[in-house]
Design a protein around this ligand. Structure first.
Ligand SMILES: [Zn+2]
Length: 84
């Protein structure tokens, strides 16, 4: 994997550094966790940036159920709103 230079963060102007991350994506009411994703991550606000070819690859792989490595369950918590 060649080093890719990301522009500074669009939102906060922070430095965007290349990392390999796990990225949660929603698709048709399902969440899919994609691991081993090369991304640019802002060191200030944590915003993530993907190269076009990586984003395409994620779109692609999400449609391929046979690529599922394992399944995990995640806790769901509903935030209670204070009564007015
Ligand atoms: Zn930022």
């Amino acid at each position: 994997m060649s080093k890719h230079d990301f522009a500074d963060c669009y939102f906060c102007g922070g430095v965007v550094e290349e990392e390999v991350i796990s990225y949660m994506r929603k698709w048709k009411e399902k969440y899919i966790l994609i691991e081993n994703v090369p991304a640019g991550v802002c060191n200030q606000c944590g915003e993530k940036y993907f190269e076009a070819k990586v984003a395409e690859k994620m779109d692609d792989v999400m449609l391929q159920k046979e690529k599922t490595a394992r399944k995990i369950s995640i806790p769901v918590i509903k935030l209670q709103q204070d009564a007015a």
